[in-house]
Design a protein around this ligand. Sequence first.
Ligand SMILES: Cc1cc2nc3c(=O)[nH]c(=O)nc-3n(C[C@H](O)[C@H](O)[C@H](O)COP(=O)(O)O)c2cc1C
Ligand SMILES: Nc1ncnc2c1ncn2[C@@H]1O[C@H](COP(=O)(O)OP(=O)(O)OP(=O)(O)O)[C@@H](O)[C@H]1O
Ligand SMILES: [Mg+2]
Length: 506
Amino acid sequence: MEIDKAIRECDDRRLQTKYNNATYVVQRALALYSIEEVAFSFNGGKDSTVLLHILRAGYFLHKKGQNSVNGDLKDFPIRTIYFESPCAFPEINSFTYDTAAIYGLQIDTISLDFKSGLEALLKEKPIRAIFLGVRIGDPTAVGQEQFSPSSPGWPPFMRLNPILDWSYRDVWAFLLTCKVNYCSLYDQGYTSIGSIYDTVPNSLLCISNSSNKFKPAYLLADGRLERAGRAKRPSTSTGGQIPAESNGLTSQDSYKNSMLTASIIAVGDEILFGNLEDLLGPYLCRKLHSIGWSVLQHSAVHNNIDSVAEEVERQKSKSDMVFIYGGVGPLHSDVTIAGIAKAFGVRLAPDEEFEEYLRHIIGDQCTGDRNEMAQLPEGITELWHHDKLSVPLIKCENVIILSATNVPEMEKQWDCWIELAKSSDLLALLEPYVSKHVTTNLSDVEIAQPLSKLCLEFPDLYIGCYRNARYGSLIVSFKGKDLTRIESAIKALQKKFQPSAFIETK
Ligand SMILES: Cc1cc2nc3c(=O)[nH]c(=O)nc-3n(C[C@H](O)[C@H](O)[C@H](O)COP(=O)(O)O)c2cc1C
Ligand SMILES: Nc1ncnc2c1ncn2[C@@H]1O[C@H](COP(=O)(O)OP(=O)(O)OP(=O)(O)O)[C@@H](O)[C@H]1O
Ligand SMILES: [Mg+2]
């Protein structure tokens, strides 16, 4: 079988692993369901072209296991369904039908929408499971596994996704290694193909001095941008994404004077045992105040997925942004990222770009075929790269994961974060907070009432009191965004007593 041979003879170990896993899924599916009970959803796209050959190879291996091999190119008895649409590219249609002829696919062309078409098909045929070329990173892949029942509201069948964990790079490595045909549009700069109305060549492949010449799809360096040529559909909901104006990811000037809030979560048994003093939280509080943000809460939780998940879930809806540190790495106690995934109700999925960064640092030291550290929450993760950082900052919607373990490291990550923020709409930098402190030897009882009144007179300021010792002097702190207001408040307080009753301190 030419596909099986091409993969076994190539020297791409990663591709071989992906191929073995995908054909294994096919073989298990064929052991579970009879040939009449499965179908292959083929649309001439690159992912379904990969799947076609994975199915051919998986079917061959399945038959080989039963000692009834037929090496014939056209030995493919799995029913193939194609949802034809007047909005499809003619190149996609002709590739689909040409491929069907070459490999002997029995194509059922369906002219209805997906749901109605499947309802009709399942009424007529004994189909119980359908193979799809869905991959992690596709908008429809979120929450799916290799075997996923159809969604509520859809007719009942099992969705079989043998190439779910394949990356864009894996797809092209497979198609090029096996030297199989693919739709000609991919050689004209198209990287993911929808309808003629929502798909254009990927501008990242544009040859610089020509506006209508594009490099082939396999040259796209960053697979995460494969859908850059697909128009965004107007959506009715935010799809779990917090709207930009409420999560601090906003254009810098319009928000200078608004109020944005952050929460800080430290993850560490050691902090809660009292073995380790958490210096990073206070550092972040100071830094957040310096960019005008208010810190709503600073909490510490155990290295436990559920504890992290519960706290993140609470804070992410209360605050514009959540900063979390501790529990990031390959150890058994490093559960922060898994906890974040749980808080958002998504699973961890391999992130190729992140894996690449980790490989630079730890080489090939990870065990197994997959680097578990490169698994990040699916569909919600962005990597923010800065030249001074060996690993990018990880942002999951409004939760920022900081890997720093001490103050100098945190300082570096914070500075890079701010630099990135300045050059993009990553984080709104507001008018910074300023503060003044005065000390007094007046007793709490003497000062209590005048201070309450002062708070009412200056509602825009935070006026707080603390003391370093029960019987020492009292420190009154004034925090706000307007220094003249702070000075007025101090004067107003002094007026209520003797001016010498208060001494300004640092
Ligand atoms: C065979 C088949 C089964 C599908 N099953 C489901 C399903 O169970 N749940 C669902 O929400 N969408 C299902 N879909 C729809 C896809 O998730 C997706 O909307 C469709 O492939 C369109 O993708 P596009 O918008 O990128 O073109 C199915 C599509 C096909 C072809
Ligand atoms: N019109 C269709 N007919 C049959 N199956 C379809 C159709 N559209 C989508 N599918 C199924 O859904 C899968 C995912 O579609 P998707 O568009 O993400 O991938 P693709 O079309 O194979 O490749 P590309 O990402 O390059 O467009 C396909 O591989 C195929 O199994
Ligand atoms: Mg497609």
